[in-house]
Design a protein around this ligand. Structure first.
Ligand code: AMP
Ligand code: GLY
Length: 446
């Protein structure tokens, strides 16, 4: 779909912003946007228990996919920009539906969101554009899968095609468990019933998340971030949405980042454009740095969570204008996004039972006083307030505690000291987030 550009050089003033979503990512976006130049008010639909603790931020009691209610509230509150946080509404075409109503939206349309919603579609684009990625085979039944597994005689990664909330991937250790994973995938045990299952060459190397803010033609790249997907210390246990992150990841210097831009991000945006897709939002490339160079593990069509919480405090007051410029297809006229040269650390506090069956409804005590001289942000995710305004847990990942310092050791020391001041029953967090960049790690429980 082609989106009309507002006349060049004229960007409307930006006072009121609506963020769509309820997680830690959207809490961080609201916080960063509320501090941006010229912004007076940020609404978050539906938001969470921490939204209204941020100055000039308010929750809007509207579901993420209720187009009519979102549209009415955009008019009522004079919204200048809508920022869509999560992949679900993007892949259902929320951005298209709002644009049709004349609303300025940061986030790709349904066409562009296929980059995340269909692994097969994304693979096809990568192969046609020469973007490095793992080899893959799409199969329609277990027999087809066994033929491929036997031909290569090695374990293969098994994925379902579609949004599976982080549960759609198995990394088997041997051939038998590869076949079992294929059977499970066809039986719907990966969160969705896979009509087609994808087998992938097993890559190895450190992983890094790269974010490009795109306006359809141009892009701004954020500092590389590293996520920690596994639940337990030492990268053990089940995959989660992400238990912590840090940025900038020193394993990619400016030179490497430029190479990744040339090799992966620019060809992806060009590939989208060649398919008639005017992509105005985030391209999130999940990369593996293999011996043969960086390869794409997955694309997502939105900010990472918790990488977003880690990155936003590093970004300057131009953030709202830059996202608006992306939404308008005018990045070349936008102010430069300034980036603080500090180390940012993020530790996620999850509820007991996360990711399978998180406990909910426990009361939360926060004894953390936010000292203005220390850069600490407590971003809420799975929290809500009851009728008496008491803060309760309401989801798997409850908080992201984010701090910045001159070194990663300093930033993580403050994060872990601060974490002791947050209490809820069954609180669970990894003590080794950022082990790649820290000199000292204590795994002792408090
Ligand atoms: P995805 O949902 O595709 O991001 O995969 C989740 C996680 O599975 C990734 O962050 C990787 O750690 C791992 N993974 C996915 N694909 C591969 C692959 N081809 N080779 C090795 N690990 C992979
Ligand atoms: N942190 C991984 C993701 O947002 O998909």
């Amino acid at each position: 779909m082609s989106i009309p550009n507002k006349s060049d050089h004229v960007r409307p003033t930006i006072k009121n912003i609506l963020v769509i979503g309820r997680g830690g990512r959207e809490n961080a976006l609201a916080w960063g946007l509320s501090k941006s130049k010229g912004v007076e008010k940020v609404l978050v639909a539906p938001g969470n228990g921490g939204t209204e603790s941020i100055a000039n931020c308010l929750c809007l009691d509207v579901a993420e996919t209720n187009v009519e209610a979102i549209n009415q509230n955009c008019k009522l509150h004079d919204i200048d920009l809508v920022v869509i946080g999560a992949e679900g509404p993007l892949s259902e075409g929320l951005a298209d539906k709002l644009r049709q109503k004349g609303i300025i939206v940061f986030g790709p349309g349904k066409d562009g969101a296929q980059l995340e919603a269909s692994k097969e579609w994304a693979k096809k684009l990568m192969n046609e554009e020469g973007i490095p990625t793992a080899k893959h085979w799409a199969v329609k039944n277990t027999e087809e899968a066994i033929a491929i597994i036997e031909k290569f005689n090695t374990p293969l990664v098994v994925k379902v095609d579609g949004l599976a909330g982080g549960k759609g991937v198995a990394i088997p250790e041997n051939i038998d468990s590869t076949i079992k994973a294929v059977e499970d995938a066809f039986l719907g045990k990966f969160g969705i019933a896979g009509e087609r299952v994808i087998l992938e060459e097993m890559l190895s190397g450190p992983e890094v998340s790269i974010f490009a803010l795109c306006d359809g033609n141009e892009m701004v790249i954020l500092p590389p971030a590293q996520d920690h997907k596994r639940l337990k210390e030492g990268d053990q246990g089940p995959n989660t949405g992400g238990m912590g992150a840090y940025a900038p990841a020193p394993l990619i210097d400016d030179n490497e980042l430029q190479k990744i831009k040339d090799l992966i991000l620019i060809p992806t945006l060009k590939g989208l454009k060649n398919r008639g897709i005017d992509y105005r939002g985030v391209i999130y490339a999940g990369l593996m740095l293999t011996n043969e160079g960086p390869k794409v593990i997955e694309f997502n069509c939105r900010f990472g969570d918790p990488e977003c919480q880690t990155l936003i405090p590093l970004l300057g007051i131009e953030l709202a204008e830059v996202l608006q410029a992306c939404a308008l297809g005018q990045l070349k006229n936008s102010p430069k996004l300034s980036i603080r040269k500090e180390c940012s650390a993020c530790v996620v506090a999850a509820a007991e039972g996360y990711p399978e069956a998180p406990r909910k409804g426990d009361s939360i005590k926060i004894n953390l006083e936010l000292d203005p001289n220390i850069s600490i942000q407590l971003f809420h995710a799975g929290t809500e307030r009851n009728k008496s305004n008491q803060l309760l847990t309401s989801g798997g990942r409850v908080f992201s505690l984010v701090t910045q310092g001159a070194s990663f050791d300093q930033a993580f020391a403050i994060a872990y000291e601060s974490m002791k001041k947050i209490e809820f029953k069954g609180i669970n967090y990894r003590r080794d987030i950022g082990y790649q960049v820290r000199k000292t790690i204590s795994l002792e429980s408090d």
